[in-house]
Design a protein around this ligand. Structure first.
Ligand code: UDP
Ligand code: MG
Length: 316
């Protein structure tokens, strides 16, 4: 199998012994139905339950499977990134190992790609998680969608297919706080979402702990929005504004009605005013830090889809 694959599947794996065989069966079944050469890239993200051994066995015995072993647990997003750096196919699909996202969606995704889309992502129709978790997800995506300065689809995870040009564009972003679904939106191109039902995990336990989930959520907000800093500035300005109104009312009362302002009033005014100044200054410093932050990321300034020179089209 030295021919270049057309389809690359990226499958991050962290402690998935319980689903592993099912996963391999499903993928081999899928491969038999796909016309064209596939590669399945299994990324071992520092498994400690023997998944790495299983990955090694299967990839040594079946050239359909390629394996990347990370030196320790770097987390889902970085494992996906390691896969993305090593794809060879024209079309790339990211799939979870626990079979929550049906790999067979390949056909629907691919059909849309053939219609001319560059990115097709899955939109989770119904979540099979508990009420609170569902509510939290919904609120989060709603918020992110509202406050980000480009279009971020709601209820879309990493489950998606895109072409090699998109993969290259994503890979040019080497930022550390990785939020791939954000980068995937950020790169632009022609995108669309397909609703699908997210299954229960086939077996085993999720290794996304609450802490990891919160980190991911925070990465989404901090790396793609500037709202927190703007909030600081706005709060500072409101405090200054309010304290000045307060001062005016107090002065009016003094000169119109002869009310003598108490020491407490004066103190309150000072506290709110200076609190406002401080918040406002923090906001300004925040604006600088935010610029430094995005500069340090070294994201590409823009991405080019294609250029035409001497009547010939060049794709990036
Ligand atoms: N995963 C990983 N590294 C981690 C945690 C998870 O590579 O540190 C993999 C895991 O094996 C699975 C996918 O990422 O294939 C999604 O993880 P999980 O099912 O725990 O997350 P959830 O579906 O609850 O979001
Ligand atoms: Mg899962």
């Amino acid at each position: 199998m030295d021919e270049k694959p057309s389809f690359s599947f990226i499958i991050p794996i962290h402690n998935e012994v319980e689903v592993f065989n099912q996963l391999i069966d499903r993928l081999m079944m899928l491969d038999s139905k796909i016309e064209g050469i596939c590669e399945f890239i299994l990324i071992d993200d520092g498994s400690t339950d023997g998944s790495d051994q299983l990955i090694e066995n299967v990839s040594l015995n079946n050239p359909l499977f390629k394996a990347i072993f990370l030196t320790r647990n770097f987390g889902h997003q970085k494992a996906l990134s390691a896969g993305l750096d090593n794809v060879e196919g024209e079309y790339i699909m990211m799939v979870d190992a626990d079979l929550q996202d049906p790999p067979e969606m390949f056909f629907e995704f691919y059909a849309k790609m053939k219609e001319g889309y560059d990115v097709v992502y899955g939109i989770r129709k119904k979540r099979k998680e508990g009420f609170l978790k569902r509510l939290a997800y919904k609120g989060y995506y709603q918020l992110l969608n509202r406050i980000s300065n480009f279009k971020m689809p709601k209820d879309a995870g990493d489950f998606a297919m895109f072409n090699a040009a998109v993969a290259r564009a994503i890979n040019r972003n080497r930022e550390e706080g990785r939020y791939l679904r954000g980068l995937r939106s950020w790169v632009g191109f022609k995108q669309m979402g397909i609703p699908y039902e997210r299954d229960k995990r086939a077996a085993g336990e999720p290794s996304y702990t609450l802490k990891k989930l919160l980190t991911l959520a925070l990465d989404g907000i901090m790396n793609f929005t500037t709202l927190p800093i703007k909030l600081l500035t706005a709060m500072g300005l409101s405090c200054i504004f309010l304290s000045i109104i307060y001062l005016f009312i107090t002065l009016l009362r003094k000169y119109l009605y002869g009310d003598v302002p108490s020491g407490f009033t004066a103190l309150l005014f000072m506290i709110i005013l200076f609190g406002g100044f401080q918040l406002f200054s923090l906001g300004i410093i925040g604006e600088y830090i935010q610029r430094i932050f995005f500069q340090v990321k070294k994201r590409p300034l823009y991405l080019i889809k294609k250029t035409i020179k001497n009547s010939k089209i060049y794709y990036e």
